[in-house]
Design a protein around this ligand. Sequence first.
Ligand SMILES: [Zn+2]
Length: 453
Amino acid sequence: MDLYTKFVSTALFPLHERIKGHSTLDRFRELEKSQWADRADIEKFRNSRLQDFMVGIARDVVFYSDLFRNIGVDPRNIQRPTDLAMLPLLDKATVRANVEKLKSRSANGLARYNTGGSSGEPLVFFIGEARRSHDVAAKWRATRWWGVDIGDPEVVVWGSPIELSGQDRVRSLRDALLRSRLLPAFDMSNPRLDKFIEKILRWKPRMLFGYPSALSLIAMRAESKGMCLADCGLRVVFCTSERLYDHQRNLIQRVFGCPVANGYGARDAGFIAHECPHGGMHISAEDVIVEIVDKNGAIAPQGESGEIVVTHLATQDFPFVRYRTGDIGVLDHGYCGCGRQLPMLKNIEGRTTDFVTASDGTVMHGLSLIYVLRDIVEIASFKIVQESTHRLVVKLVANIGFNDSVGDKIRRELQGRLGRDVVVEIELVDMIAPEASGKFRYVTSKVPLRCAD
Ligand SMILES: [Zn+2]
C-alpha cells in the first residue's frame, strides 16, 4: 500500500464519512473483526440483531405495526432466519403501494433512490443512514480482500447520463481525492472504446469497477487490436450489477492480466455478497439474511436453486424484509478456503442487459434506454426489444394515469438516444412473460454486436 492510499483509507475517507454524519467507520471496524468469527458466533450476533430489528420496525413503521397485528405474530418471536417464514414476501408492487407507510417514524437521514433499471420494474424507495453506512462499510471490507483499499487509483465504468450531468464540483473533488475516475458506460462505440483503453493505460489504476458487459466490451476491443493491458498495474477487476458469465470473466482476466472479483447486490436490496480470492461469494451475513424460495414462495430444499430473497437488518428506517430480488441462486453452507465463515451464495443468475445499436451504428449499454423509463410512475414494468437498428418495441404494463402523452414522451426520448429515424412501437400488455430460458432480460437486442472494425 502506498503512502497516499494509507492516508486516504485511514484518515481522509473516515473524516469524509464523519463529516457527513455516517457511522461507516464503526461499522467497518466491526465487520473487519466479525468476518473472522466462528459461524456460530456470527449467527448468534445476527440473531440478536434480527430480534431487535423486528421489535423496532413493529414499533416505528406503520406498515409493519399493521402487518404484525393483522397476522397475529409477536415480533419478539422472530428470533432466527427460519422464523421469517411467518412473514409474507415483499415484492416491488407492495413497496410501491406503501412507500409512506414504510418510512419509520424515527428515520434518520432518509434519502430517495430509484431503481428498476435492470429489473424492468421501476421502484422508488428510501435509504436511511444506518443502511448506507452498512453498505459502504461492507463494500470497503470486500475491496480489501483483494489487496487494494479505498484511495488506491480506481477507474469506474459506470453512470447514467442524468447522474453524470448532475455531478457537482464537491463530488468531483471527492473523487479526485479518493483517486477515483469515471468512464461513462453508455456510448460504447469503437472510437469511445479506444479512448477508454487509452485512458486506462495512461491512468494506471490498481482497480477497475463496472458492469461485466461493459468491461468485457472494452477487453474485446483491446484484444481485437492485439493489445494486452496486463502491464498497466491492475490488481483486480470488480464486476457488479449484472450476471457475470464465465466467458466474460475469462476474457477480462486474460486481457487485463488480473483476477475478476464478482459482487452481488443492488440499489434496492443492498450489498448482499462478494467474492473472495478463494472463489467464495460471501454473504454480508452480519446484516443480510438470504433465503432461497421456490416459485410458490416456499423455502427451497437445501442445495436447490430458487429466487434470492433478502432481509437487510440495517434497513430499520425503510425496511426491506423478505424482499424478492428476482434473481436466482443457491445457498452454500460449506466452508471457504480463505478462512472466513460467512455463508456463501453460488450459481447466481442475476439480470442481464444487452447492448443496443443506434441507427448511426453507435453501440450503447442497454441501461441508456432503461433510464428513460425507470422514473416514469405510470409504468409498472417493461421490456425493450430492439428488432433492428430502425425498429424498437417497448412492451409496457401500465399503471393508472398512463396516456398517449406519456407514450409520446417515451417515444421522443428513445428516439433521442437511438436516432430520429427509429420507429418506436409501444405495446401495452397485461404482463411481461419471462424468457423460455428463465433468464432475466429486460433489454434484448436482435442486432448483432459488432465490436472489431
Ligand atoms: Zn472466502
